[in-house]
Design a protein around this ligand. Structure first.
Ligand code: AMP
Length: 401
């Protein structure tokens, strides 16, 4: 059974075709800068033993329809393709960022599902409309293939009210659905399940804190396989310090800025999302650049690193208490997988949590699941590369079954 995974952003479209008999990747790629003067189309097939396995083109991609055409054409292309006809694609799994509290599971897409995804769009204005476009393009180009919506928010739907409600008038939840939804759920779910498998346990027998550190950063407290709390909120602005996002902040600062700097709500929102986080403190948002300058003695970069790690340590403490007992902490995504310095800043001196980092095991970039704590460490620290595409494909297969 082959599953095509589509992750449509506002100006990009990531895709992967997987053979779910053995969960192997058949082809993957990315279409970027959709709607701009020069777009970029990338296609790669597996196994990539020959030089012909990769196609890269810089050319205009006017809209998502053109992007989807590229995907469909390439996977069945006579020269580069991996299938002969679209009949060999059994289903399409779509990443949808926001499912509100309507969706407790991944679902087969029909007209009513599309309508609800559209209704929830104000909660994810940059993402949900692109997902609907992705589904509509798939329906047009692969008319007989079922579409499955896999929501980032579903994994966090098991949070109890005490964790997902804000302490504001309850009517705002009843009328406008203002609450914590969380994000990166597909990634948290994948690594939480993988760590249980790797520890030779059932997911329902382990308590884990998952730490997703990429451009966006979030943590989840996972008790017996179910998410009980997460750091992102109604939107992906809350919680940890991120590349350009502030994370947690006293909400009174917003009113103060409006009054004393004459900023509009839109300007404040833009500042918190795009000019804050690591960038706000040191002017840079790529962790590699921050390390490079920090090593040259740049004080602002050193401070940004300290703040970034400190916030994560605070959440580790909070979530350890939320869980009551802890088996493992898992790092994933760009920074979590590749940055040994940040991992060691986070995990230093954590006797109180029973975590002892092994400096040797922690060294360098980690591309395969690995324990980075000592053998004696009561709680294990893991690095597990995330695989959101595989998780979406697994969910798609589960829905069809
Ligand atoms: P992601 O959103 O998962 O692609 O992660 C992007 C983040 O990972 C950026 O902040 C990158 O700077 C960071 N990153 C990628 N590679 C490395 C590396 N080798 N060392 C430190 N950070 C890295």
């Amino acid at each position: 059974m082959n599953v095509l995974v589509i992750n449509a952003g506002s100006s990009s479209l990531k895709y992967q075709l997987l053979n779910m008999e053995d969960e192997s990747v058949m082809a993957t790629g990315l279409v970027e800068r959709i709607g701009e003067a020069t777009g970029k189309k990338i296609y790669k097939k597996f196994p990539d033993t020959d030089a012909e396995a990769k196609v890269e083109r810089e050319e205009e991609v006017p809209d998502h329809r053109a992007a989807m055409h590229f995907v469909v054409d390439m996977i069945k292309d006579a020269e580069y393709g991996v299938i002969k006809s679209m009949d060999e694609v059994s289903a399409i799994g779509h990443r949808v960022v926001q499912g509100g509290d309507h969706f407790k599971n991944s679902v087969l897409v029909d007209a009513s599902v599309k309508e609800i995804i559209e209704q929830i769009s104000p909660l994810a204005p940059l993402h949900n409309p692109s997902a609907i476009t992705g589904v509509e393009m798939a329906e047009e180009l692969l008319p007989n293939v079922p579409n499955v919506a896999v929501f980032d928010t579903v994994f966090h739907q098991t949070m109890p009210e005490r964790a997902f409600l804000y302490a504001i008038p309850h009517s705002l939840y009843e009328d406008l659905k203002v609450r914590r939804y969380g994000a990166h759920g597909t990634s948290h779910k994948y690594v939480a399940k993988q760590v249980a498998i790797l520890m030779d346990k059932k997911p329902e027998d382990v308590n884990v804190i998952t730490v997703h550190l990429g451009n966006g950063c979030s943590m989840a407290a996972v008790k017996n396989g179910k998410c009980v709390d997460t750091s992102m909120g109604m939107t992906p602005l809350a919680g940890l310090m991120m590349g350009t996002r502030s994370g947690d902040i006293d909400p009174a600062v917003l009113a103060y800025l409006a009054e004393h700097k004459n900023m509009t709500i839109e300007e404040i929102d833009n500042m918190l999302n795009k000019e804050s986080g690591l960038k706000g403190i040191c002017g840079l948002n790529d962790m590699r650049d921050i390390h490079a300058k920090s090593e040259q003695g740049d004080e602002a970069c050193k401070l940004a690193l300290e703040m970034f790690s400190y916030r994560i340590r605070k959440y580790l403490g909070a979530y350890a208490v939320v869980l009551g007992s802890l088996d493992a902490v898992v790092f994933t995504a760009g920074i979590g997988e590749n940055d040994d310095i940040v991992r060691s800043m986070i995990l230093k001196d954590l006797d109180c949590l029973g975590i002892e980092l092994d400096g040797e095991k922690n060294k360098g970039r980690i591309s395969e699941a690995k324990v980075v704590s000592t053998d004696a460490s009561r709680v294990k620290a893991w690095v597990i590369p995330t695989n959101e595409e595989l998780q979406i494909a697994r969910e798609t297969v589960a829905v069809l079954k």
